[in-house]
Design a protein around this ligand. Sequence first.
Ligand code: TMP
Length: 205
Amino acid sequence: MLLKNFIVFEGIDGAGTSTQIKKLCARNSKLLIPTAEPTDRATGRFLRQLLAGDFKLDERTTSYLFAADRCEHIYGEGGVEELLKAGRIVVSDRYFFSSLAYQSATCGKGIPRHVNAPFPLPEVLFYFEINPEVSLKRVESRDGKREIYEKIDYQKKTAALYDEVINEYENNPDGMKVIRVDATKSIDEIADFIYNTLINLNIIR
Ligand code: TMP
């Protein structure tokens, strides 16, 4: 199944997805609604504590938790499904492709695949491509504490798994469009590329 007018940005940490979502949604804040995973709901706040290293869990448990938060994100009150029904275009910073890359790097592919199989595909997936060494430098230049996944070996492993997942989904039978973004370009160039792509796809008119 595919959710029309649901757009997802994916990429390793520091690829620039959050910056681009802000820029895109600022172009028409009534129509374009930004959202993100982990969410800012109770399930997502618990995941943020985990990502901050406040406690440790088995990696398989983590896979289930990201999927539970995703369920809230899509089907919970005021969630993606509701916004789409109200005629909005929803743009999410990360979706289940993140789990297929990040969690597969720690607990293998089985559980992430299994728990994410029921989720609908977005209409468009923008994949931000960048070398993990470059993106991690961007992350390290930011203020604040590092999250548990922000380490070079892990980011390299995740980037390789992301590439596999994106290649696999590029020819999906449901018609989700997969668009690769050169994340090393300037912020404005990327913003224009994304906006023009959505106009060409007739999603933004
Ligand atoms: P972000 O807010 O910078 O995107 O950070 C979220 C972190 O959570 C990032 O390191 C990716 C990770 N993550 C997963 O490991 N699995 C998931 O399913 C999602 C949505 C995020």
